[in-house]
Design a protein. Structure first.
Length: 168
């Protein structure tokens, strides 16, 4: 599924290939994205910062698709002739009430924006924590280099030193 989406396939195409609804694909993506995002943020904040949050890129791609769906639904609701004609080309699509689907698309977009804001906040906090740790260790090293080395060793032993800082 992910490979197909990475190659540029639309969620509807992926759903058709697997014989499921587009909503099932959307739900699976949402679950996968949340699991990946939580794991990335909790397990490796430094990697998230350095890789510019690939989860954000994924969210933006999903958001683009959700907005396309919302745009199409709004055209259908307004009675846009071209949109209605496009829908007629796909008699196999069983479309629920477009107003209900539009509300769901809006809700999905709001949820994505909230998650994206959380990710940016975590990324900022990871950077801030890294800068603080680096500054404290530098200041200690200027006064007592041996104390700095002992602190670094203890932090490494406890796993408390994040990979977000580089220690020379």
């Amino acid at each position: 599924m992910l490979a197909m989406l990475d190659k540029g396939k639309k969620q509807a195409e992926v759903a058709e290939f697997f014989g499921v609804s587009p909503q099932a694909i959307s739900d699976r993506l949402k679950k996968l994205n949340l699991a990946v995002t939580k794991n990335i943020v909790l397990e490796s904040a430094g990697k998230v910062v350095r890789k510019n949050l690939t989860a954000i890129e994924q969210l933006q791609k999903i958001n683009t698709d959700a907005n396309e769906i919302l745009d199409m639904l709004m055209k259908l609701i307004r009675g846009d002739k071209a949109a209605l004609k496009d829908l007629e080309k796909h008699p196999d699509f069983k479309l629920k009430d477009p107003r209900e689907l539009a509300l769901k698309a809006c809700s999905e977009i709001r949820g994505q924006l909230s998650l994206q804001a959380d990710l940016f906040d975590k990324m900022y906090n990871a950077r801030y924590t890294a800068e603080f740790q680096e500054e404290v260790l530098t200041a200690i090293g200027e006064v007592k280099p041996d104390v700095r080395k002992r602190i670094i060793q203890r932090l490494k032993e406890r796993g408390a030193l994040r990979s977000t800082i580089s220690i020379p």
